[in-house]
Design a binder for this molecule. Structure first.
Ligand code: MG
Length: 472
């Protein structure tokens, strides 16, 4: 195609897809058969950029500099790595969740904003700063803007220039960021499970509104979901792909696969003296500490069942968990005619991350392809919910709904942190979660109404969990 034609088509694509079209906002994809396609560069915000998913997201961005531009980064407290990433990707809008780091000497010389009551000014400064950001690295550190505290992190989700927010924050802190992202009409690439587990009743209606707006503005793909909420989790990414082109009325079951964790096949007696080091050795996926412990207790699978319920509007009786130790199948969908679609691939989190950013396209990835001749046998088994109580607790919390999943999640976060600090036994994690859930059910589960209500209940559940652990 002649260069002038490419430019004209690019401008059209850019106007349709980009929040802030500029001539540098498009890329030309060339396929193996020599044909090409003009696509908009997606400007991404990475919240939780130094965690496992954040680092792998930046790895994907590094591989596709012509298609992805990182415009903002947020961390909780890993300042050195944040500044390294900002320099490497030429990012000028930064946020640090831990407000006490505002006086840290490493930020001397940077233009600081935010803090309590200054979020508006920070927001404006960030928008202005990032709006001037081209592809080059900042010429001096003075041009970088950094905000502190949870409000500053949430403000990055509203960044005018951003198209997609990757929410890889750990724990309940991610819910507000997800909420702000969708409220701002942006695409949410979601790795933060709590956003849906705790706040699914608030998040999904917002995602439906953004989907609607994307369709109305011609930003949604011609076929398949409009793409406002892209799951990053491998299981949900798999189900998302299996559902494309299908009618939801013909779906009879979702099969969420579980590796079974390092203690698959163990009895309760064998789990009594498990240490953090033993629980941190996950057989297939390389992830952060909290999620690795959750994988070993099957709480992670429980959280994923609740996420699947919200994401795919599927009743709990139609969501099954199957233990599949090889993790080759990332999840499956069964249809009314008995057909089953499965998603397979290498166990590399960069694939589901990349798909969440490339949808509806598929971009090349330098991963080892699955070699079926070397795969051997694939095993499947029912999960042992009597030994791994967390899965049963999560199903109960999901079915009950309302504020019970919020309580379960908060109690689990506290119990896992206590276990990692050797202040709670391994089996004590499920016992703590169950005790706090029981207390909440006795007091009365509420319908989810607001973020503030969830924050209050989350706070209560954490205090209650600490009290339960302290009494043991
Ligand atoms: Mg998963």
């Amino acid at each position: 195609m002649p260069a002038a034609d490419v430019r004209r088509r690019a401008a059209r694509v850019c106007r349709r897809i980009c929040a802030h079209p500029k001539s540098s906002c498009y890329a030309v994809r060339t396929f193996a058969d020599g044909t090409n396609e003009v696509i908009a560069v997606r400007k991404i915000v990475v919240l939780g950029s130094t965690g496992s998913i954040g680092v792998q997201t930046l790895d994907v961005a590094r591989r596709h500099p012509d298609k992805l531009r990182v415009v903002a980064l947020a961390v909780n407290s890993s300042v050195d790595e944040l500044l390294r990433q900002a320099r490497a990707f030429g990012v000028r809008a930064l946020a640090v969740g831990n407000a006490s780091l505002a006086e840290d000497a490493r930020f001397d010389g940077m233009r600081k904003a935010a803090g309590d009551g200054m979020v508006g000014a920070f927001d404006e400064a960030v928008s202005k700063c990032a709006g001037n950001n081209g592809t080059s690295a900042p010429s001096s550190p003075e041009l970088t803007t950094v905000g502190f505290g949870p409000e500053a992190v949430a403000a990055l989700a509203r960044l005018a220039e951003a198209d997609v927010v990757v929410n890889a924050l750990v724990g309940e802190a991610g819910l507000r960021a997800s909420y702000e992202t969708l409220r701002a009409g942006k695409v949410l690439a979601l790795a933060n499970k709590e956003s849906l587990v705790v706040g699914g009743d608030l998040i999904m209606p917002l995602a439906a509104q953004v989907d609607e707006a994307r369709r109305a503005a011609g930003k949604a793909p011609a076929h398949g979901p409009a793409g406002a909420l892209m799951p990053i989790d491998s299981e949900h990414g798999a189900i998302y792909q299996c559902l494309i082109g299908e009618s939801e009325r013909e779906v009879s079951r979702l099969w969420v696969t579980a590796s079974g964790g390092p203690f698959r096949g163990c009895t309760r007696a064998e789990l009594t003296n498990i240490t953090p080091a033993q629980a941190l050795a996950h057989p297939t996926w390389n992830m952060g500490a909290k999620i690795t412990i959750d994988s070993s207790t099957l709480m992670n699978k429980g959280l994923e069942v609740i996420e699947a319920h919200h994401l795919f509007a599927m009743p709990y009786e139609k969501i099954s968990v199957v233990v599949h130790p090889q993790s080759a199948i990332h999840s499956m969908v069964e249809f009314s005619d008995g057909s089953v679609k499965a998603h397979l691939g290498t166990t590399d989190m960069r694939i589901p991350i990349q798909y969440a950013l490339s949808y509806p396209q598929r971009w090349d990835a330098p991963v080892e392809p699955l070699d079926f001749t070397k795969l051997g046998s694939l095993d499947f088994a029912a999960p042992d919910e009597n030994t791994f109580r967390c899965l049963a607790l999560a199903r109960h919390a999901g079915r009950t709904g309302g504020t019970l999943p919020c309580v379960m999640n908060a109690a689990n976060e506290v119990a896992v942190a206590a276990f990692l600090a050797e202040g709670c036994s391994y089996l004590g994690i499920a016992e703590t979660v169950e005790a706090v859930m029981d207390a909440h059910e006795r007091a009365g589960v509420q319908a989810v109404e607001s973020l503030e209500q969830l924050e209050d209940i989350d706070k209560w559940a954490r205090e209650e969990a600490r009290r339960v652990i302290g009494e043991r």
